[in-house]
Ligand binder design. Sequence first.
Ligand code: GDP
Length: 471
Amino acid sequence: MKLNDTIVALATPSGAGAIAIIRVSGPEAISIVSPVFKAKSGKKLEDQPSHTLHLGNVIDAERIIDEVLVSVFRAPKSYTGEETIEISCHGSPYIQQEIIQLMIRKGCRSAEAGEFTLRAFLNGKMDLSQAEAVADLISSENQASHQMAMQQMRGGFSNEIQRLRQELLDFASLIELELDFAEEDVEFANRNQFKELIARIQQVLKRLIDSFATGNVLKNGIPVAIVGEPNVGKSTLLNSLLNEERAIVSEIAGTTRDTIEDEMAIGGVGFRFIDTAGIRETQDVVESIGIKRTFEKISQAQVVVFLLNAEKFKELSSEFKIEIEKIKNKFPQKPLLIIANKTDRIEETERERLIQELEIISENNERSQFLLLSAKTGSGVEELKDKLLDFVNTGELRNNNTIVTNSRHYNALLQSLEEINKVQDGLNSNLSGDLLAIDIRQALYHFGEITGEITNDDLLGNIFANFCIGK
Ligand code: GDP
């Protein structure tokens, strides 16, 4: 990838739209666009200052291609840090292509995926983790993933990492300085202060590493397993949550044999509902495979919803108890929500008895609760949404804590921590400065991987290849 040429790409989605934006960035951006743009004002684009807008025509020889609006961004005050022109044209694919082809004939090269952001990174406009957040921001589908990407783009934890890296670097220099005075037995780096810094770094790293679990589920949707015998109303419940008839609702028991996933945002947080076949003991081979799969799905879920039929509670309460106990024993840490569905079909007295019994069965504590609901009428559905939000730990997000969502960062953090632990061991056992310095350098290396101070072409290629063209 050459970086001293001028690149062009469509920045808006391909296809027809009201308008489309074509981006041109590089040293020749303004001088390439200027001769093919005729401003209504008669002014020459080349003479225009940064951050100005100009109405005019894009002209190929004598032919007008389109009436457009051109924005001028002068280096270094642009997204890429280079001279940049953005052409807002009418959104016909024909016009888009005509303009792009014209730019290429006049000396631009077609940009590769993520090349604008790559240039922004290489020109110091953002660090690597911020650049990666741009991709997350573009793909964010709900409030939670949007918030995490925004936070990372604003600097997020890379500022924190950078500060710690600098402090560590200062100590590394002092220790390496000591090596130059080896004969004189001096100590420039105060070992106690150094130990204190290492402890601080460990704390930050551990917090960030732990946040990855939260980050990952928030980014991909929080998996919720819905467990219940066939016909209890799983699909109806999902439909009323979704407010549309997406899953197939059927009268025949056992139709939900395979697992289906439905995604939706509740209170700005993405949820993934995994419909399971239930765990009722059975002789049926197909259904017993279903039970095994249900347990697998529960183990992958963050929350379990156990759905029972309120109408059958009188007759089946002991069976429900056994099934609930089974889930609790197998997954004692997992938040469990017991829902009695079809409560529109039971009498008030039965309802009261149900509440009393479910209070006992569920234990009604922080991790295990119950709810009366009717998927059909929708009563209790709002309460269910509230309970789901309470169950998942969105506290970290609400408190605006930094959350790591990128597995590359996560791995670099794990490796940094490993090296920092080695440094700590070395300090505690009075390891000689030269050996200590090696471990510190390793830790610094992994810190640098996150922010992009340490990179190689393969890594950059990998990261930016995941971007769309034009970003
Ligand atoms: P699934 O097999 O668990 O997915 O169950 P379905 O969602 O297919 O529901 C089975 C039947 O129960 C359907 O006829 C639904 O209309 C009915 N049903 C579901 N929820 C309720 C409810 O809350 N009240 C009543 N009266 N019927 C319900």
